[in-house]
Design a protein around this ligand. Sequence first.
Ligand SMILES: [Zn+2]
Ligand SMILES: [Zn+2]
Length: 182
Amino acid sequence: MATQERRTNGDDYLRPESDPLVASSLQPSKEVKPGDWARFIQSLSWKEGPQLAVRNHKLQEMATQKLRREPVLRTRGNRTATVFFKEIAKRNDNAEATMGQSIGRRARRQCSHCAKNQGPFHICVIAVGFLKACASCTFSGKWQRCSLREEISRKEEKRRHKEKKRQHKEKKLQRKQGQQLQ
Ligand SMILES: [Zn+2]
Ligand SMILES: [Zn+2]
């Protein structure tokens, strides 16, 4: 659909004025509470999406999850607020990665890419059920290079299995209750 592809240059959406935070070199792996950018990325109206036109079910569902941290950058580079916003508006990968960084769990062992201090975000975060790789590797669609992919897909498999079991149990219970009512 044409509307799914349409994107703006990012200038017509109210984004945070403050540049995204950059990890301090003194405490490079410290978690930062959800702030302007985490709240912004969650508050974007993905469902309507007229400004970004990112009509993406995954993003909609991600936006319903609890925010756990601010997406803090490893280094500034050229990522001012304007640049960072344009990156997010330009690619679903980048929007999903930034959202994943805000809602996911910190990887127990960081991926080899993050371990080399590469990728945009300062800590390695995985969002099982949403991202196939850590958020940093997902950014710019470079998910294939993430060394945590297998671990993530195993976790995803487990999660799906659990969900299926839960649904099965629920159905059984509903049937039972139905029978009792008759
Ligand atoms: Zn990583
Ligand atoms: Zn990775």
